[in-house]
Ligand binder design. Sequence first.
Ligand SMILES: [Fe+2]
Length: 191
Amino acid sequence: MKYIKKIDKFKLNIDKIKAEFLTIFYQMKSWSKDDPDLYDFNAICVNQKPNDPSSIAGGNIRGKYWTYPTSEWKEEERLVTIDESEYSEVCEPFKNTYIEEVYDLVKSEWKIGRMRFLMKPPRSCLSWHRDPEKRLHIPIITNPGCRMVIEDESYHMPADGSIYITDNTKYHNFFNGGEIDRLHLVSTLLK
Ligand SMILES: [Fe+2]
């Protein structure tokens, strides 16, 4: 476990987060993406910059990362830098929910930027990439075929009410090798 740390200090109510999220998503009906052709990336933002809906749209849904796209073996930078620390307002659909309580709890313990629900469809994976910051994962819906690979190690994060800190500044990927959508609540961890 070189690149992942389990925090079991809190026992979050995963069933409650899941039920609230599904109710809210039923009203939204579609995932946010900066590119409608993207299959592997689907997000719903829990927080935003105060009074700035554009902060949860376009490239701000994903944010900057680096990847090795070709056989040239040359690292390339993609998308835009996000002012993570400015994400301080809970988005309207999550106000007065248990999800907001979880957001406040996480904020009381760590300095975080964006918090997003990230869905991965069955049989999908990401690019091999690194991010500017570490991440806090709260798995909500998962299956044995969901694994995060960081450098040379692979991990499954169970939806057990724990929080997992993943070192996304190292090269990584996530794949869902199951037959149901995977859902994690993910925060950017700031220094
Ligand atoms: Fe990443």
